[in-house]
Design a protein around this ligand. Structure first.
Ligand code: NAD
Length: 258
């Protein structure tokens, strides 16, 4: 992400994408948001692309990226935040239409947008891409297609970093832990997830805030991380570090405060 050009945020009308678009505009970046359900972000100067933009539709992505660059100028930063959560099921209950939908949006969609934008960045020898993966792609869980899709996102991040490293394009991923977005709150409200259980397994005993993921994304887009490419940065309040402690009796409480 240089000072010129625009940053494109997919899935930017809500959640982590919206928090990232908001923080980017606060840092003075020109931001264009695309979403399958485009809606303005409250108190944010980002431009919302008015047409519904489906990251999983190849021809729509190619045509849409060309139209956005024609209207708003070259994309020098890309945040792939569009995604859907996985349905929680025992393996024998996994429906293949749900499997296809999750893989199509979360993995294929991330690849399609990264490729369409990254090709142009490589030709211009400038750009930074951040893919939003998940701790679910680094561990196991009863969300069979989602974990596979997110592991795939971490993998393609490395591959694209290698592909475009000599062309001046950096490609990194962030892996949020359980992050307090409307999508997660809906899972809690439905009873499928429990706030207390999600927090309990993290070192910090809490959920992640969308703005905390946005801060990591902005660092990976910015020249401050100019030597970093191909990494996957967990932003998880210590979920990866803490989630195995249950096997040893659980995480320790903080000592009495002095
Ligand atoms: N919230 C969490 O706990 C969490 C944890 C780890 C990873 N993530 C990942 O972060 C990303 C954002 O999640 P969120 O929690 O902000 O969810 P969210 O539902 O709040 O936001 C996702 C956005 O993507 C859009 N979208 C969905 N399908 C699309 C498509 N086909 N094309 C374009 N846009 C589409 C939605 O309309 C929505 O605006 C997802 O990739 C998700 O898997 C979230």
């Amino acid at each position: 992400m240089g000072t010129d050009g625009i940053t494109l945020v997919t899935g930017g009308s809500r959640g982590i994408g919206a928090a990232t678009a908001t923080l980017l505009t606060e840092h003075g970046r020109r931001v264009v948001v695309v979403d399958i359900l485009p809606e303005p972000i409250p108190q944010c100067d980002a431009v919302v692309w008015p047409e519904p933009f489906d990251v999983a539709n190849e021809s729509a992505v190619v045509v849409g990226i060309a139209a956005i660059e024609k209207t708003h100028g070259p994309i020098t930063g890309l945040v792939n935040a569009a995604g859907i959560f996985g349905k929680m099921h025992p393996v024998e209950k996994v429906r293949m239409d749900n499997w296809d939908r999750e893989i199509n949006i979360d993995l294929r969609g991330t690849f399609l947008v990264a490729r369409s934008v990254g090709e142009h960045m490589a030709q211009r020898r400038q750009g930074a891409i951040v893919n939003v993966a998940s701790v679910a792609g680094m561990t196991s869980g009863p969300i069979h297609a989602y974990t596979a899709a997110k592991a795939g996102v971490i993998q393609i991040t490395q591959t694209l970093a290698a592909e475009w490293g000599r062309s001046g394009v950096r490609v990194n991923a962030v892996s949020p832990g359980f992050t307090r977005t409307a999508a997660l709150e809906a899972g809690i409200a439905s009873g499928a997830l429990s706030n207390e259980r999600l927090a309990r397994n993290t070192a910090m005993n809490r959920l992640v805030e969308p703005a905390e993921v946005a801060q990591a994304i902005i660092w990976l887009l910015s020249p401050a991380s100019s030597g970093v490419t191909g990494i996957n940065l967990p932003v998880d309040a210590g979920f990866i570090a803490g989630s195995t402690w249950d096997a040893y009796g659980g995480l320790r409480h903080a000592p009495d405060k002095i």
